[in-house]
Design a protein around this ligand. Structure first.
Ligand SMILES: *Cc1c(COP(=O)(O)O)cnc(C)c1O
Length: 223
């Protein structure tokens, strides 16, 4: 087997536009594999479980930007609040408020993305646009100074129908533009459209993605 993390990374990097950031999704993969990707120049890594992230983070270089990409329970925010660089999967007001509270405790502003439900599979989490508009319009939201919403995130249906996937990404792109041109019109840092995984990132980039999250195409299959 000629599989090499470095080769995979180089191939992907050379095929994606410069304005698209790459999150290397290292869930279930050992520290050694993450270190190999780091040595090949990768700095942004994504994990989907708080416990796994807590175990890996102290054993790897300090200048890694850790992204939390999975479904999160509010009571676990405290464990990653001191170091997390971006939380992608934010999908309730309760979670937004808890992240703000932990940001305050740690004397920092925590960057978040709002996760939208774009697939029709019931297993995928996320907001509907009406819910987000209600939150953003609330007085309580305006008092939260220790979070910053920097964009949106979503996952397409896990199907082989490219046209279906393309439509779902296109829907998310429209939501992103709507928010960017209204609530966040004066916030330059609202510039992240996180969509696209190993199987569908090319479609996502065509639909306007600015951040892709790739696991298996970098590190190999997960078992
Ligand atoms: C696992 C995961 C990925 C990466 O999946 P691959 O198909 O291995 O690229 C991306 N985003 C989220 C939210 C994930 O949980």
């Amino acid at each position: 087997m000629s599989f090499s993390i470095k080769e995979n990374l180089n191939k992907i990097r050379s095929s994606i536009p410069k304005h698209v950031s790459l999150v290397a999704v290292s869930k279930t993969k050992p520290i050694e594999d993450i270190q190999k990707a780091f040595d090949a120049g990768q700095r942004i890594f994504g994990e989907n479980k708080v416990q796994e992230l807590r175990e890996k983070q102290p054993n790897l270089p300090n200048d890694i930007e850790w992204h939390m990409i999975g479904h999160m329970q509010s009571n676990k925010v405290k464990y990653i609040a001191p170091f997390i660089s971006l939380i992608h999967g934010v999908e309730s007001f309760k979670l937004i408020k808890e992240i703000n509270k932990q940001g305050l405790k740690n004397n920092r502003v925590i960057r978040i993305l709002l996760q939208f439900h774009i697939a029709d599979e019931s297993t995928k989490f996320g907001f509907k646009i009406e819910e987000v508009l209600e939150i953003l319009n609330s007085n309580e939201f305006k008092t939260l100074k220790n979070i910053e919403v920097q964009g949106v995130m979503g996952m397409a249906s896990f199907v082989s129908d490219h046209e279906k996937i393309r439509k779902e990404f296109s829907n998310l792109q429209a939501i992103y533009e709507q928010l960017k041109n209204s609530f966040f019109a004066n916030q330059e840092t609202f510039n992240i459209l996180s969509m696209g995984m190993s199987g569908d990132y090319k479609i996502a980039i065509n639909e306007g993605s600015t951040m892709i999250r790739l696991g298996s195409s970098i590190f190999g299959a997960r078992y």
